[in-house]
Design a binder for this molecule. Structure first.
Ligand code: NAP
Ligand code: SF4
Length: 678
């Protein structure tokens, strides 16, 4: 597969005054590098992506003024001294032959600070601050801020700007009645409500001249009640075209929408059909977006006429060489974004620097590098889960000789269980990437090999990395040897038959995974777009405002499941900020009973006996066919002591190091960082 395999993806796009070398737009994504004085790190981050051949980069959002910042001290472009700092970024991208546009983002009522402004004084459901309603003069001031910001972006060397008009931010808030209840010329009927974006684009064009890219990001499906109708969205797109925007990019759903739009359980390219509807309405290029993570998916979407370009943000975080690899026929070498959000969006919402679960170098380009080692040494890595395999690959990339030992018949450790969960199919891509990298780097793999400390000590290694993972915690419940009791490994790996009534002990990541696995019984709505859209109540926006209708009545769940935990509080509280609610919603839709504050008293023929609270009240039998233990895990590291006693340089990583709250993000990061320093 090469450039010839992706003729649509690699067709240049002539914009009249400039030409993009291919159809890949690196979508805007806030990483944290935009805030504070991190321009050199940002320059390195984008330069690497430009070197990887992306057609057009769009930065994370920069505020056009203080009130428009997403949070206090959010990155902005309002002064000449900031222009000079931005020049470091644009120069770095241009030096690599790339093009870059800056996104202008006014957060409106989504701003996480008390100075937020909006068309009307209506608080959003996802922020604690009520915005101040702008006066008519205040609206003019915001427009001027957009225009000046675009001018400054031009001075800073950007090839264009993206005006953020979607996702429920400031501009979007003028468009719909539930956030715009104004009675002046900026509110009222739709022509008045859409005046703001049109004026912003028109006045920006006047200010920046003809030969500057203006992308307008337009909410094509709001996914909220009383969102825009399709006729309104089309009217806006036409007006934006007339206002001289160069490109329209697709926005999908407001942030407050209760429909997943980018999580891993969203089918690939799930919303490309929305952009396709718009293709017949305007003549300027349209960018389609959301859950496009492979060149083949992108090519298919373009060849189906769903857009003129594809936007990919997270996939370029995961692999800066995504485009180049596709062009050179090396698609099987792409480190694929699995859409987990764990190191990118979840970090952003926790006010932490973004990175990427599959690529810990993302946003750390200036400090985490896999340079060739001064001397080639010989290492053993024991365990090929995410920690071990990552360490092995980085060691090999740096020129060391690496021998990998794996007790199972395949590499990947617990990733092999994750991949069978409905909605987590992307883990197959991660495993595929690891397997291909093993071939390319020459790591010697010994499968079905439970290596002993004695064997390791006699093999002359300069160091041993113990990545032997975890084993299920023994919860010590009376009667736990009963035949009704299964472990999550029995269910997910051994796939032993499970009855119709099930109690799950433990509501962490694995308890949720097991619940979803048992509910779907081998089926996955993620692999069936129509079913998935119906499940979440997404419809054609020509049929219902905002493209949502009541969810279809769920079919009778395949199993009756009870998910238990000892603590009080919501189940799955430690699941990802941006994805936990989706998992909880799926379980609720399928009538899973979630019970907390329990004590596990006993297991017997009748099922599971629980009681409640400190006083062990209301003892109740849960009558089930099976009880699945998902009570956490403990480290497996018996090799450590004998190896250290034998004087071998030994490093323990991943779950073998710390089992609690282990996930692939920490495991991969730890493996890569250790190997980078050896
Ligand atoms: P976990 O998240 O630590 O959850 C363990 C569960 O077992 C908790 O609900 C805990 O709740 C319960 N528990 C702990 N000790 C117990 C005991 N002695 N008896 C009975 N119950 C006990 O661990 P996990 O579910 O095994 O997941 C392992 C790691 O993989 C986690 O860090 C998880 O984040 C990660 N993972 C993540 C995902 C994801 O979607 N991101 C999916 C799968 C796994 P109580 O103490 O309240 O009972
Ligand atoms: Fe993709 Fe997950 Fe990496 Fe984010 S952290 S870029 S979602 S793989």
């Amino acid at each position: 597969m090469s450039i010839r395999s992706y003729p649509h993806l690699f067709a240049p796009l002539d914009l009249g005054f400039t030409t993009l070398k291919n159809r890949v737009l690196m979508g805007s994504m806030h990483t944290g590098l935009e805030d504070g004085n991190k321009h050199d790190r940002l320059a390195a981050y984008f330069a690497e992506r430009a070197r990887g051949d992306v057609g057009l980069i769009v930065t994370g959002g920069y505020a056009p003024n203080r009130v428009g910042g997403v949070k206090p001290f959010a990155g902005k472009l309002t002064t000449r001294s900031e222009v000079r700092k931005h020049q470091r970024v644009t120069n770095a991208v241009h030096d690599e032959g790339g093009k870059i546009a800056m996104q202008i983002l006014h957060a409106g009522r989504y701003a996480y600070h008390p100075f937020s402004v909006a068309p009307s004084r209506i608080r959003s459901p996802i922020t604690p601050f009520t915005p101040r309603e702008l006066s008519a003069a205040g609206v003019e001031k915001q427009i001027n801020a957009f225009v000046r910001c675009a001018q400054l972006a031009r001075d800073a060397g950007y090839d264009g700007v993206e005006i953020m008009g979607s996702e429920g931010y400031f501009i979007n808030e003028f468009l719909v009645t539930h956030t715009n209840q104004r009675t002046d010329k900026w509110g009222g009927d739709y022509t008045q409500r859409m005046r703001l974006p049109v004026e912003i684009v028109e006045r920006t064009r006047e200010a920046v001249g003809k030969d500057f890219i203006i992308i307008y990001r337009l909410s094509m499906i709001d996914l909220i009640p009383d969102g825009n109708s399709w006729e309104e969205t089309v009217a806006l797109a036409k007006a934006i075209e007339s206002a001289s925007a160069t490109i329209i990019n697709t926005g999908i759903g407001w942030h407050e929408a209760r429909v997943p739009t980018i999580a891993t359980s969203v089918p690939r390219g799930a919303f490309a059909w929305v952009t396709k509807k718009m293709m017949r309405e305007v003549t300027i290029p349209l960018v389609t977006s959301n859950r496009i993570n492979l060149p083949s998916t992108a090519e298919q979407i373009l060849s189906d006429g769903c857009g003129d370009m594809v936007s990919m943000a997270r996939p370029l975080l995961a692999d800066p060489e995504f485009v180049r690899k596709a062009r050179e026929g090396r698609s099987d070498e792409i480190n694929v974004c699995i859409a987990c959000n764990q190191a990118c969006l979840d970090h952003t919402f926790a006010n932490k620097m973004s990175s990427c679960l599959v690529n810990p170098r993302a946003c750390h380009e200036t400090e985490l590098n896999y340079n060739k080692a001064a001397d080639s040494r010989k290492f053993a890595v024991v365990g090929s889960g995410p920690a071990g395999i990552s360490a092995a690959l980085v060691l090999a990339e740096r020129g060391h000789e690496v021998e990998l030992y794996e007790a199972a018949a395949e590499i990947g450790g617990q990733l092999n269980m994750a991949k069978v969960i409905p909605g987590k199919e992307e883990f197959h891509e991660m495993l595929g990437y690891f397997k291909r990298q093993v071939e390319l780097t020459g790591v010697r793999v010994n499968l079905n090999t439970r290596v002993s400390a004695d064997e390791l000590t006699t093999r002359d290694y300069d160091g041993v990395i113990v990545a032997t993972g975890v084993t299920p915690r023994n919860p010590g419940i009376e009667g736990q040897d009963h035949p009704k009791v299964l472990s999550y490994i029995d269910v997910l790996r051994e796939q032993v038959p499970v009855g119709e009534r099930v109690a799950i002990i433990g509501a962490g990541g694995i308890g949720f995974d097991v619940a979803e696995f048992l509910l779907q019984d081998g089926h996955s709505p993620t692999l069936d777009l129509d079913e998935w859209l119906a499940e979440w109540g997404v419809v054609d926006p020509s049929v219902a405002r905002g493209g949502i209708s009541p969810r279809r009545s769920p079919p009778e769940p395949r199993r009756q499941i009870t998910l238990l935990q000892r603590k009080t509080g919501k189940h799955g509280a430690r699941l990802g900020k941006t994805t936990g609610w989706i998992h909880r919603a799926v379980l609720k839709m399928n009538n899973v009973q979630m019970i907390g504050d329990v004590n596990y008293e006993r297991i017997g023929d009748k099922g599971l006996l629980i009681s409640y609270g400190d006083k062990r009240e209301n003892p109740t039998w849960i009558d089930v066919d099976h009880i699945v233990m998902c009570a956490g895990q403990v480290p497996l590291r018996e090799l450590q002591e004998p190896l250290q006693a034998a004087g071998i340089s030994t490093h323990v990583i991943g779950g073998a190091d710390v089992a609690s709250e282990l996930d692939a993000k920490r495991a991969i990061d730890q493996g890569c960082r250790l190997a980078a320093g050896l």
